[in-house]
Design a protein around this ligand. Structure first.
Ligand code: ADP
Length: 545
């Protein structure tokens, strides 16, 4: 610490000069004051370590000044040394000490004693100052640490909160998963029951032709229902893993809607429901995935059928306006409770409305609709005035401007060419039932068909049977479909054969792998017989051209 301040107070300038000469060698800063107010103004302005003053000054009582000094917070560390000419009574001493850190020197003042006393106080002042300094920085650190701790505690609380919410979400997801699995088992079992009964009926030799026909229709319907469930499940897993992709083309949305209505009609007719249409006469072109857009309209229509009573009316209206096409599907069915409206587009969410027939569901249809509409850059909304008041779903999709070319004829629309010549076809599948039934169907179409049940069998049969086309599963024991295809392609006899993969794996990666292995086409199970026959006859056309 630099110099400290020593204030000398006396009404006699000569005395002040004496003190000054006595103390100058101490090297501190010496300040002189002749009056109480002068002394006080110094005390308020500067940090004074020691005040040296006479007890008895005319017009100024040293004790009173000392009391004033003590009252001021700024001076709480200031020491006072009284100079007293007379012998001080004990009473006066007490009076003096009450006012704080004080000492006395008596007259005549011995310079060494005065310096020694001032030296003690100066030392004390310096140490106290240092201590205060250390104390202050300690306090600052403590308050910094307290702030740090408080922010850490806040962060911990926030994390704890987040973890709690995550835990709750996980528990909810787990509950929904358990519910979903129970529902899935139920939904998959539902179609199996009538299928099994129909198979029994088909075995009956006494069954009439009509009964057989009826049993076949039941199997057909129920298998379609199973296929729909499995497709929805696959799509749901693609949504979850972000792998749902569109195969875009320029498509006419109006033909897509008409196609969806035709697919939905049999369901509606069974419930005696009428679908009224209001479609524009002109095509409306969209840059989109025709199959997926059909799925959107079909899911919404099927829901209207499912959640509306017998004989209800369902209306579907499409309107093109300013770069958009708006589709409204309205029904007079069970309606949707307002609490459900915001959630029905979530995956696995099922509302209060329960279908009144065996057509259940997995709570995936609307989640798929929303995802597919999003992928097309559109939006979908649900409206309902409440239970029993019917529902309306509105889909908006961006359209292409008029100058865009008309779409190519849709290759997925099957046109079966029954005049197609007979082919030699090898069917390979480790599921014997699957291989045999497909072989039987192809034989009925006039083809010569052989079967194999694993990859090695496929290679041998290709060498001996010389097929034109090989329809082959990919996942098989011993040698899988990829390996078998490579081996067939390597062999001179197999380089000309048309290799078609027939598999449960339909992702882009799977298609790429099968192409690399030498397959010409990639079909995803289950394949509709019409689709397969159309593909086979298109192969003939390819060859003819
Ligand atoms: P699912 O029909 O398999 O339950 P969806 O995702 O298709 O699943 O529909 C979710 C829920 O939305 C349904 O469970 C049903 O409560 C409600 N919902 C959907 N469409 C309609 C409709 N047209 N009328 C009344 N409720 C509907």
């Amino acid at each position: 610490m630099d110099q400290i301040n020593i204030l000398m107070v006396d009404d006699q300038p000569a005395k002040l000069l004496t003190y000054e000469s006595m103390l100058s060698q101490m090297g501190e800063r010496l300040i002189k004051a002749q009056t109480a107010s002068e002394a006080l103004s110094h005390l308020l302005k500067d940090d004074i370590a020691v005040v040296l003053m006479d007890v008895n000054m005319p017009e100024l009582d040293g004790f009173e000044l000392a009391a004033m000094i003590r009252q001021h917070p700024r001076c709480r560390r200031t020491a006072i040394i009284f100079v007293s000419a007379v012998h001080l009574s004990d009473v006066d001493r007490v009076k003096g000490y009450e006012t704080g850190a004080v000492d006395y020197v008596s007259v005549p003042v011995v310079p060494e004693i005065l310096r020694a006393k001032i030296g003690v106080f100066a030392d004390l002042y310096r140490k106290t100052s240092e201590l205060e300094h250390v104390n202050q920085s300690l306090e600052e650190r403590v308050s910094e640490r307290t702030q740090e701790l408080q922010s850490t505690i806040a962060q911990l609380r926030e994390r704890e909160n987040r973890l709690r919410l995550q835990g709750e979400a996980l528990a909810e997801a787990d509950r929904r998963k358990t519910e979903f699995l129970a529902m899935l088992a139920h939904e998959l079992r539902n179609p199996l029951q009538p299928i099994r009964a129909s198979v029994e009926l088909l075995r009956q030799t006494k069954a009439t032709l009509e009964q057989l026909q009826w049993a076949r229709d039941v199997v057909d319907r129920q298998v379609n229902q199973l296929v729909r469930l499995v497709d929805d499940l696959l799509d749901a897993s693609r949504i979850s893993s972000g792998k749902l992709e569109l195969r875009k083309d320029i498509v006419d949305f109006i033909s897509i809607v008409s196609g969806a209505v035709e697919s939905s009609r049999p369901l509606a007719e069974r419930k005696n429901q009428r679908i009224t249409l209001n479609l524009p006469s002109e095509p409306i072109y969209i840059d989109g995935d025709g199959v997926r857009l059909m799925q959107v309209v079909l899911n919404l229509l099927n829901n209207s059928v499912k959640y509306s009573p017998m004989g209800a009316r369902i209306s579907l209206a499409v309107e093109g306006r300013e770069g958009n096409v708006v589709t409204r599907i309205r029904d007079e069915g069970m309606g949707i409770a307002s609490a459900d409206l915001s959630r029905i587009f979530e995956m696995f969410y099922q509302g209060q409305a329960k279908a009144d027939d065996a057509q259940g569901g997995l709570g995936l249809g609307l989640a798929l609709v929303r995802q597919l509409v999003d992928l097309h850059g559109g939006s979908v909304e649900a409206h309902s005035e409440g239970p029993g008041k019917g529902s309306e779903f509105v889909v908006r999709l961006p359209t292409l401007s008029r100058q865009h070319r008309a779409p190519q004829p849709d290759a997925t629309v099957a046109t079966v060419d029954h005049s197609a010549p007979s082919r030699r076809i090898l069917v390979v599948d480790d599921n014997r039932d699957a291989a045999e039934t497909l072989a039987m169907m192809l034989r009925l179409e006039g083809n010569e068909v052989d079967t194999a049940f694993d990859g090695e069998g496929a290679i041998t049969a290709t060498a001996t049977f010389h097929p034109d086309v090989v329809l082959m599963d990919l996942g098989m024991p011993k040698l899988d479909g990829y390996e078998a295809a490579r081996a067939i392609r390597r062999d001179a006899g197999g380089s000309e054969v048309v290799l078609i993969a027939l598999t449960g794996w339909g992702g882009d990666m799977d298609r790429q792998l099968s192409q690399e292995a030498g397959f010409d086409r990639h079909l995803v199970k289950p394949v509709m017989p019409t689709e397969l026959l159309a593909l086979l006859s298109s192969l003939d056309r390819d060859v003819a051209h």
